[in-house]
Design a protein. Sequence first.
Length: 163
Amino acid sequence: MLRKPVALGLGVALVTFLLDQASKYLLRTFVVPQSWDVVYVLPVFNLNHAWNYGVSFSMFAHTDDSRRWALIAMAGALTALVGWWLRSAPNKLSGLSYGFIMGGAVGNICDRIVHGAVFDFLQFHLDRYYWPSFNLADSAIFVGVALLLWENRPDFCRKRSIT
């Protein structure tokens, strides 16, 4: 029988992975054809068709196949490490955090294996200043890391009562 934080983390990882892959598939297949460039949704938000061959902010973006497999191996090793940490997650918040990180990482690894790059489609901007495109997997990884930082914040950042 799995401990509650581990079961929660694995469940969140599975749901995150499925939602990520479904959103990418739907956008690539039904929302707009492969030839689209940008769909303007809100004054500060677009749907953008972008393939990321690198990592965050397209660093190390090369179409060289050996780099692709190196990124897959590195992401796989880091995902395995997060899975190892999940085994000893002390509480549900840790399990939730690790689940978001694992589900997002596996979603992006799957893209790299199947398509050779990660499909990014969410794009925020302010006037002509654009944030790099990202996807649900990237968002899940960000939320997971933010929750871990929150949970492990230093004592001096925690609310204290004055007595």
